[in-house]
Design a binder for this molecule. Structure first.
Ligand code: HEM
Length: 340
């Protein structure tokens, strides 16, 4: 079970979003509310749940830093030593009762930090590159991928029209197809996808993308509703799961404002330490329901890049947080105690 003190330290987490929520986003003037209405139109109105990545479980553990990250960032989390972590594994999409499938993108949200201290929050995915390089692209893709009730599938013509206008997404889809997903949550590499700047004690600013690289294989998927979450829950009951935190150092020529573009594979990578996840629990009020993995909650030593997705995400996650926590909390669709 998750310690109440640790969870409590991550509550009241809507700060970053307040800075952005009143602003409209980008030239097409999309507001956070319009994004949330779009999620509700595409996935139905799922009261009390995240409007995206609605299905998930909460995890707890720690990060052991080896000190190597200090070369790039003065953030306390990179000093040698241990930092507590709370996180959430999820499937993308706004349906909290979705049938698990390896083709749905997997997410891992993490909040590093001591209660009351500076925190680093990140929401990562098991993709190789992100599918959109603008908030407008993300918004349009949601509708292009909307399932048509008559067929139970998205309308292929709508997706073709979208891809004709968004070649960056067509390219990103091809790159991801060349890096197919692993079978489970436990063996996934989770990536920031978006670039950030790391700032060290001497003030040097370096573009960085990070990834969590798994140290274990995943227990095989099962059939049915929770075919990916069930093996994860059972595997975590059998012992801790571990990932290495790898910091990829960007060159001045690498894009920092376009998450659909991969960086060259020969970039230097700094192994900053090990993430260990020790416990798993149902996503409910009092734990993960009350956490907003806002990617702009950053400690001193990590700064946002020019990527336009970042301020949009901060605003939309905050608005989603406020909407869902103001609604009656329904029973979780995935109860870890029901997985035996
Ligand atoms: C414009 C682009 C994006 C929009 C509009 C968007 C929207 C959202 C929303 C509304 C949520 C639910 C927030 C909450 O209620 O707490 C969410 C969660 C999440 N997003 Fe995004 N997202 C975007 C881009 C991304 C990117 C680039 C990544 C990965 C690099 C990502 C990874 C995640 C993850 C892992 C979660 C679940 C976090 C959790 O468990 O609370 N998203 N997103």
């Amino acid at each position: 079970m998750l310690g109440a003190a640790v969870v409590g330290g991550f509550l009241a987490i809507d700060l970053g979003a307040l800075l952005y929520v009143n602003n409209s986003i980008g030239p097409a003037r999309l507001t956070p509310q319009e994004f949330l209405d779009a999620f509700e139109e595409v996935f139905g109105r799922q009261l009390g749940f995240r409007r995206n990545h609605a299905k998930g479980v909460v995890v707890e553990g720690y990060f052991d830093s080896n000190g190597n990250g200090r070369e790039l960032s003065k953030a306390a989390v990179f000093r040698p030593g241990r930092t507590p972590v709370i996180g959430r594994f999820s499937l993308s999409g706004g349906n909290p009762a979705v049938v698990d499938s390896p083709t749905i993108a997997r997410g891992l949200g993490l909040a590093f930090g001591f209660p009351g201290g500076q925190q680093w929050r990140t929401a990562m995915m098991n993709l190789y590159v992100f599918l959109d390089n603008s908030p407008q692209g993300f918004y349009a893709r949601m509708f292009a991928a909307k399932v048509v009730p008559a067929t139970g599938e998205p309308d292929p013509a709508a997706m073709s029209r979208f891809l004709a206008k968004h070649p960056e997404t067509a390219r990103a889809m091809a790159i991801n197809q060349a890096h197919p997903p692993t079978p489970g949550f436990a063996d996934s590499t989770y990536r920031s996808l978006v670039a950030f700047y790391f700032v060290n004690e001497s003030g040097t600013r370096t573009p960085v993308r990070w990834s969590l690289v798994p140290l274990q294989r995943a227990w095989p998927p099962s059939k049915g509703l929770n075919g990916l979450f069930s093996p994860l829950i059972r595997q975590m009951r059998a012992g801790p799961l571990r990932w290495r935190l790898m910091l990829t150092v960007g060159a001045p020529s690498d894009p920092v404002d376009d998450a659909t573009l991969p960086w060259p594979v020969d970039r230097r990578v700094v192994d900053a330490g090990q993430l260990t996840l020790t416990s798993i629990d149902t996503d409910r009020p009092g734990n993960a329901r009350d956490i907003n993995f806002d990617p702009l909650v950053l400690p001193e030593g990590i700064e946002p890049s020019e990527d336009p997705l970042l301020s949009t995400r901060s605003a939309v996650y905050g608005a989603s947080y406020r909407r869902r926590t103001g609604e009656p909390a329904l029973l979780p669709t995935l109860d870890v105690n029901e997985i035996i």
